[in-house]
Design a protein around this ligand. Structure first.
Ligand SMILES: [Zn+2]
Length: 568
């Protein structure tokens, strides 16, 4: 990163204006050069300390959005290289931080869109249940998403003054009825598109300010900057919590520091310590990276971190795994679902788990045929070659495979593609649930089927002769686990009670395996008894956190197997 640019000094062009952050030069009667400096303004005062690289980040973010939004609205960009319009010795000042734009007539308003309740909007809502005079439903919390994005225009203040909010009627007086409506509709459309895109990248755009210009034909253009942390509130989606003011990618960090510094918020502002300027620059860069980084780039960066933080630090482990091969103690049969990674959920390390993932974490019954049996082949390798001691069938809440199964037409043998056929493995789970839970909501039925399907897979494991044999010899234990994504709870199947019990994360030593919310859990999951009735468990499990696994009652005889399948 080069040194910070506090102020540009382009002598080859005529300077038209220095804004808080941007210096504007005239290229010719059709074009302007806009240089985004590293100046930082807070509380409407330009601080004496620049943030190195900030201008380049803002330029990159704006250019990114201009390109993304060009199918919705034309913009000011010309594609002319800014380095080509300045003298050779001035190129350094414009590289990466300037744009050459069309000269357009700016509209006399700032077009603000608010999607969430924040800042001055929240203050007004608390006092009057409205934002910029627009009434809103009662009961909203700070940072809550608004029912619909609001268009709340303001005047453009002269330098040093504050913008003032105006009503839509005042905007109509300034722009005319038609243009005001076009600007409003355009703002909402741009905001909705950008907010949805950014959310996919982990950023909430709480609000933003657009500026528009017109050419001589009256065509509307997007001008100035677009959807940057300076013109918007950006919140990290993963830290968003309605009811409190979320952290942000914008100047909030600096604002907090300034508030704490005791500065009276009048010019001149204080110098920023180097570390405060550096952290601020980092926040801007993080916003740019989140928005523009492709997923593959993100993964490659993840590999880089894995390599430096994990691979190199655990070199001895990888050396041992290389030389001695793997010797995992446990097979996990998990769902492909990206939300339920068995290694992450169990905080496991390389070499710990032999993981088989498929749609809905199903184990098919043992069958010899010429077909391709990926799950069975992996089980054979893990059990017979690696000689694992445990097999965990790890189900989970909100499983897409189970939902597909529940939605299949009754008795339908028609299959499109592979999923329907695969899910037939859990057909009995579905039938049992539908038989005993008539009239319950589809959601309750699906949850029950997610649990029931785990039991079907446990049953199917015992149809593999080499699994049955090892289970009977107590060399291998089978476990049914269920991860509730929403509550962050792990439920474990207890074959004695035929119930799923919540594993307590608060008591490592297991003096009581059942926490107080056990009854709540039981309420959510009606459990099937062997006699086919439904029970809601309320009494604590006596297993004290140790489930011995899933063992056939007759210790692995064929009779016991028939018992297990007699339920079907
Ligand atoms: Zn799933």
């Amino acid at each position: 990163m080069n040194n910070a640019l506090f102020q540009s000094d382009i002598k080859s062009l005529k300077l038209l204006n220095r804004g808080k952050v941007r210096d504007i030069y005239e290229v010719d009667d059709q074009h302007l050069l806009i240089v985004t400096t590293d100046r930082l303004s807070a509380f409407d005062v330009v601080l004496p300390t620049p943030v190195p690289g900030k201008g380049r980040v803002l330029t990159a973010i704006s250019n990114f959005w201009f390109d993304r939004l060009k199918h919705v609205i034309p913009n000011q960009l010309t594609g002319i290289d800014p380095e080509s319009v300045v003298a050779d010795n001035e190129r350094e000042q414009v590289a990466g931080r300037a744009i050459v734009v069309k000269k357009l007539k700016p509209l006399p308003i700032e077009a603000i869109v608010r999607g969430y309740l924040a800042g001055s909007g929240w203050k007004e809502y608390k006092a009057y249940s409205s934002v910029c005079g627009i009434s809103l439903p009662a009961g909203l919390r700070e940072a809550d998403r608004l029912p619909e994005p609001l268009f709340t225009p303001s005047t453009k203040a002269e330098a040093g003054a504050h913008d003032e909010n105006i009503s839509y009627q005042q905007a109509e007086q300034l722009l005319g009825t038609d243009l005001a409506a076009r600007v409003r509709d355009m703002c909402i459309a741009l905001y909705k598109y950008a907010a949805s895109f950014a959310l996919g990248k982990g950023i909430i755009i709480a609000d933003t300010k657009f500026e528009f210009g017109q050419d001589e034909q009256g065509t509307l253009y997007l001008i100035d900057e677009a959807l940057t942390p300076d013109s918007s509130r950006f919140w990290p989606a993963d830290q968003y919590q309605p009811g409190s003011n979320p952290p942000s990618f914008d100047k909030q960090y600096v604002r907090d520091w300034l508030e704490a510094s005791g500065w009276n918020k009048h010019a001149p502002g204080p110098e920023l310590p180097p570390e405060v300027a550096a952290i601020t620059g980092e926040k801007y860069r993080e916003a740019l990276k989140r928005l523009t980084q492709s997923h593959i780039e993100k993964l490659l960066e993840g590999f880089r971190r894995f390599h430096s933080d994990h691979y190199e630090e655990n070199h001895a482990l990888f050396e041992r795994l290389t030389k001695q091969g793997q010797s995992p103690k446990t097979i996990v049969v998990g769902c492909c679902d990206s939300r339920v990674d068995p290694a992450i959920v169990t905080n496991s390390s390389s070499g710990d788990l032999f993981i088989i993932r498929n749609v809905a974490n199903l184990v098919p019954p043992y069958e010899i045929s010429g077909n391709h049996h990926g799950t069975s082949a992996a089980l054979e390798f893990g059990v017979c070659q690696l000689e694992v001691e445990n097999i965990i069938v790890l189900g989970h809440a909100r499983c897409g495979g189970i939902r597909a199964l529940m939605n299949q037409a009754p008795g339908s043998d028609h299959t499109d593609g592979f999923i329907d056929g695969w899910m037939k493995i859990a057909r009995n789970a579905r039938n049992r649930v539908l038989a005993r839970m008539q009239g319950e909501s589809a959601e309750m039925q699906a949850q029950a089927c997610e649990l029931e399907a785990i039991k079907v897979s446990l049953d199917n494991l015992l149809t593999f002769p080499w699994i049955l044999e090892r289970v009977a010899q107590k060399k291998l234990a089978l476990h049914g686990w269920y991860f509730d994504i929403e509550r962050g709870e792990l439920l474990r199947y207890n074959p004695d009670s035929n119930r799923f019990d919540v594993f307590s994360t608060s008591n490592r030593h297991g003096t009581s395996s059942v926490p107080e919310h056990e009854s709540a859990c039981a309420g959510r999951f009606p459990h099937q008894n062997h006699d086919g009735t439904t029970s809601h468990s309320t009494k604590p499990s006596q297993n004290d956190g140790k489930v011995d696994g899933y063992l056939p009652k007759g210790e692995g005889t064929n009779e016991s197997l028939r018992d297990f399948h007699g339920n079907d």
